[in-house]
Design a protein around this ligand. Structure first.
Ligand code: FES
Length: 229
């Protein structure tokens, strides 16, 4: 998917919602255990609009959409995340036949867990059996974009996603999770500066992340549930 074809955009409003323009498809997805790993299944249908505003404060009574509650609840949505590029932030962890880039930005999606271990264990043992392929899966399915599988010659593994927004539920933990943004959709800060465009990124929607606008799994500790808010 080339960048030129993407007409969608996410613009962050100061102490307010994410404004989505350009007809970006939006879906609800549910994290479901599968063996010792996880998969995403379809949730309820959401309306498809050319432009829409997604709640960022965690207080909307019409989640995932903004209902204006951020104004009355005194939401402080200051963007505190590093703006260094991924390759400058990420550590390279050597495995036997495949390495991992890891920037530590975790949205608690748990797709790094596979049947025979997690991404780090699988990369370390990637000379054996199907561990190499499994390590690559574990990294490429990380919705936060924290992990990237890299061959020894520097080739990076990345799935090709159509631009889309996924509103995520996590019933195993009895919480609502973040917003998975796939397919290189540009995200523009409230100060007008565009974040590094990435194929996978997870945005906070509980309002509690300390790494705004990105999800840092605070929805788990704060027990965020979008339908009871
Ligand atoms: S950002 Fe508007 S209601 Fe949450």
């Amino acid at each position: 998917m080339s960048e030129e074809k993407i007409k969608g955009k996410i613009t962050i409003i100061k102490n307010g919602p994410y404004e989505v323009s350009g007809g970006v498809s939006i879906y609800e997805k549910v994290i479901v255990p599968k063996g010792r790993g996880y998969e995403l299944r379809d949730g309820r249908e959401l309306p498809q609009e050319e432009n829409y505003a997604l709640c960022r404060c965690g207080k909307s009574k019409n989640a995932p959409f903004c209902d204006g509650s951020h104004r009355t609840k005194g939401f402080s949505g200051e963007e505190t995340a590093s703006r260094q590029k991924y390759h400058d932030r990420a550590e390279r962890i050597e495995g036997a036949s495949v390495d991992l880039l890891d920037d530590g930005r975790c949205a608690f999606g748990r797709f790094c867990h596979r049947q025979n271990g997690n991404a780090w264990e699988l990369a370390e043992a990637s000379a054996e059996g199907d561990n190499r392929q499994e390590a690559i899966r574990a990294a490429t399915e990380c919705p936060a974009g924290r992990l990237t599988a890299v061959d020894k010659d520097g080739t990076e593994h990345e799935d090709d996603y159509a631009p889309s927004i996924e509103i995520v539920q996590d019933p195993e933990r009895r919480v609502s999770a973040g917003i998975f943004v796939k397919g290189r959709i540009p995200i523009v800060s409230a100060d007008g500066v565009e974040y590094e465009v990435r194929n996978r990124v997870a945005l906070c929607r509980c309002g509690e992340s300390e790494d705004k606008p990105f999800c840092d799994a605070s929805h788990v500790t704060t027990r965020y549930q979008d339908r009871n808010s």
